[in-house]
Design a binder for this molecule. Sequence first.
Ligand code: G6P
Length: 611
Amino acid sequence: MCGIIGYIGKKEASSILLQGLKRMEYRGYDSAGISLLTDDDKIFTHKSAGKIADLRSSIVVPASANGLGIGHTRWATHGEPSSINAHPVMDSKCEFALVHNGIIENYQTLKNNLIKKGYEFTTDTDTEVIVQLISDYYEGDFEEAVRSALKDLWGAYGIVVISSHHPDMIIAARKGSPMVIGYGQDENFVASDVAAFLKYTRDIFNLEDDEMAIITADGVETKTLENSLVTRARETVLFDLKNIEKGGYPHYMLKEIHEQPETVRDSLRGRILLDEGTVKLGGLAQVEKQLIRADRIILTACGTSWHAALVGEYLIEELARLPVEVEYASEFRYRNPVITEKDVVIAISQSGETADTLAAIKEAKKAGALVLGICNVVGSAIARETDGGIFIHAGPEIGVASTKAFTSQVIVLSLLAIFLGREEKCLTEDNAKSILREMLKLPEKIEDILKGSEKIEEIGSHFNQSRNFLYLGRGFNFPVALEGALKLKEISYIHAEGYPAAEMKHGPIALIDESMPVVFIARKEDPTYPKIISNIQAVRARKGKVIVIATEGDKEIKKNADEVIYIPGTLRYLSPILSVIPLQLLAYYIAVQRDCDVDQPRNLAKSVTVE
Ligand code: G6P
């Protein structure tokens, strides 16, 4: 959601903070600010609406600023995006400056109490109550004041706070919002995202919920809110900074689309046992028996990950004959679902930090279900909260519109379905082997699709002024239609809807006229292919413009389409992994042609760590 960074050491804090904020800008970008401690023990704060570039060009760092500071890039939840509501937020006496990620649910009650005590509020944010509360509790002990304030809060937070009375210390804390410490030589860092300080250190420590860190230049002390010391081992970050840079591509999204041959290979690496016709999933080793005995699997997720879950449902039911339900995490957590100890709930999340998904698995855990995760970010909240799981190994995904995470999630769900199919004795060794062999060919087939990018760009140019789009698919490709529509609306702001192709006649067909482009996924390997051809004809009869994602060699389809994008054939179970790629590219090129900010689309955030 928002990005947070703090630095304490001998270097010039302002440039480290601005660099770190730039790296996290994908998390939020409607306003930003930094606070620096000055040699006369005052806090200098500068904030601006807009992006980090606006902050950088408007700031004049005082000569007296020293090596301690905090920064924030914001995605507004309470209070409009403006320089006043940007963080850091200060208390009335300007003795504390605080940055916050999350939502304080009882802020209005707390604010009313503080106003009664004479505090004056200058922002519309929920964050201001935290810093005013700290000031209210402060009697000379900074740590104790922060601890007392945090105990009054309901909701989610990741905070970092500094005080003019304590020029040698930064305090950070978390509850439901990521916060990671970076250890340097005579300097230390804290951030909501390791990318913010990876240039300086790989030696890190993830704070858990209800923990706070007291950070000085020489060391870090981690304590619980009950004031007991925490002694967990530090971790080492293994990925490279170049993986989170653009590597010559104009946008992260395009880079990530092009990484898919490699990321699919990485998701498969070491997991296929071709000779035995099965797979090895190390993260499930401890829970295998419970998983196999499950009455039902519930897949829960949000956004693109929810679309991957839908493919997962089709895969697991088809290959393992186990009942699967797919739930929006935001609904699941509140709708009082029936969950038993014989259920297995699997959260799917690229970031591993999505607040609704995290809350959903906490509910499932309470009900006694086995809880697993399919995540990208190692060490993320969901990865830590679950009893086991499978990492997708797609590497950092920075573009707000998820691409490579989707294909890797579907790869991992395919592996899971094969594993379960073999264990449940529904999938023969030979069938499993042929699916696995085909999976190994997918990276090359993705490379082939990417070679056709120019044609997709050109098709985009014919339709980039359309106001609406329909995406239709059936079977395994129905979730791909949803994902194609989501990609387009996220980054080009064109209204797009995905539907199961046969459902078109129950409503969306009324929308079709000569100005409506309809994207069909019509794959020869799909048993419903002839039915999709009928659906295409129904659109043509109403003068809709038809763009088809078709299988190489399907010459007939040309007669039925205005535009055809050919992609290699594959097994129908694996079809989504290929058919989604031209849709990612189509959305990308249309957004670029419309001059949209592809990596930072308006109103969206990469990781939604609030409700
Ligand atoms: C946000 C992102 C989406 C993502 C969704 C779920 O809405 O913009 O791209 O699919 O969150 O995120 P997760 O990290 O849980 O997969």
